[in-house]
Design a protein around this ligand. Structure first.
Ligand code: ATP
Ligand code: MG
Length: 368
């Protein structure tokens, strides 16, 4: 899919912007703080209804303004649709071809975006919750049932934990049957999520080693899925939950389940978290993101939109140019950078360049 144009009203530092994009490569060039990330953030917010760098939506609205609007025409193999996201005091609203879409989970899988941002470089070192969040965002874009399961699962965990606390506080007369109902539901939905995550990770592993080799010239990268659910039947899980019950009641928390899942990056069986260099960790994350592209293509028959924010400041030039080489020209790509010079000239064909200065975005023609 391709984003043909983008209109912004009061988004971050932009009062108004109206841009027409190239179907292949779009370069966004500007000094630090000019609004490069803001621009790609707008595309991301339109696709996923949330930013990747804040949970506070109101910060996305231009200072001293009350509403924002992001709108774009997005083309796929079949047709072109207009997507809009409005943020006002009353809340967030999304529209497709001017029709309101009331459930966000119905909207989120429509525009597929793969983002790499400097923030992602910490993913391997960070806490498991960050890696789960990455998996959740990616799988939800492909599969809106996954997102619904996830929402149900999180609700169940809250209910179960609340009930565990009630059990702790009331010494008698408390029904274990209700807890068993919640636990069984948790296992059922947890199992669905587990299977979808497992399948996704398997598909990542079909591509990641090859991509990592092409970027970093190292063989043997693999992702491992760590979960309480691996190799256990539903019956077996029920027993594990029963075993864990005393501890669960004591802490008022559910210790078992897919809300503790993790993924581990290993290079020839060494955990990259402890073993890998910073550069290797960065390259592994980028390889992960790129490994997602064919998964999206297989499922959707459409390539996702790829955003590479500040790729060149985070990787050495050779590695970053290796990445450009991997893009097959079919994936619409947005790259932000402070310097055009970083990019190998051979990739500067058939592209659009936008420069940003003083909150104005200008399309410029490339001259050697
Ligand atoms: N709600 C807002 N209203 C007005 N300006 C904002 C708002 N939010 C952020 N900004 C401004 O946007 C600028 C940051 O933009 P952005 O992060 O896109 O910069 P950048 O070009 O990516 O810089 P870098 O090269 O350092 O990554 C800051 O100057 C900040 O003041
Ligand atoms: Mg930036």
């Amino acid at each position: 899919m391709q984003i043909k144009d983008l209109k912004l009203i009061n988004f971050r530092n932009y009062e108004r912007a109206n841009l027409q994009f190239n179907d292949h490569l779009n370069l966004i060039i500007g000094k630090n703080g000019m609004g490069k990330t803001n621009l790609v953030e707008a595309i991301y917010v339109l696709a996923l209804t949330k930013s990747f760098r804040t949970n506070n939506d109101s910060i996305l609205i231009k200072k001293n303004q009350e509403n924002l609007k992001i709108a774009a025409q997005i083309k796929d193999e079949i047709n072109t649709k207009e997507y809009e996201l409005l943020l006002t005091k009353e809340g967030k609203k999304v529209k497709i071809n001017r029709t309101d879409i009331s459930r966000l989970s119905d909207y989120i899988s429509k525009i597929n975006v793969i983002l790499f941002s400097p923030n992602d470089l910490k993913i391997i070192k960070d806490t498991p919750s960050i890696r789960r969040k990455m998996l959740n965002i990616e799988i939800s874009q492909l599969d809106n049932v996954y997102l619904k399961y996830l929402q149900d699962y999180n609700k169940l965990i809250k209910q179960r934990n609340a009930y565990l606390k009630t059990m702790f506080n009331s010494s008698n007369n408390i029904s274990k049957e209700y807890l068993a109902v919640l636990t069984n539901k948790l296992i059922d939905i947890g199992f669905e999520i587990y299977e979808k995550r497992k399948e996704y990770i398997k598909k990542i592993n079909d591509n990641i080693a090859d991509l990592f080799f092409k970027i970093a010239n190292l063989k043997g990268l693999e992702i491992y899925y760590e979960t309480d659910y691996e190799g256990v039947t539903k019956k077996g899980l029920e027993e594990l939950y029963t075993k864990s019950l005393d501890k669960d009641i004591l802490f008022g928390q559910t210790h078992l389940g897919i809300h503790h899942d993790d993924i581990v990056f290993k290079l020839n069986d060494h955990n990259l978290k402890e073993y890998g260099s910073e550069g290797q960790q960065k390259n592994a994350i980028i390889a992960f993101k790129l490994a997602e592209i064919p998964i999206f293509y297989k499922k959707r028959k459409e390539y996702p939109i790829l955003i590479l924010d500040d790729l060149f400041s985070e990787l050495d030039n050779e590695k970053a140019n290796n990445i450009l080489k991997l893009l097959n020209g079919k994936v619409q790509t947005f790259i932000t950078t402070t310097e055009l010079d970083n990019i190998n000239e051979k990739y500067l064909q058939d592209i659009k360049i936008f420069t940003i200065k003083d909150e104005q975005i200008e399309e410029v023609t490339y001259e050697k």
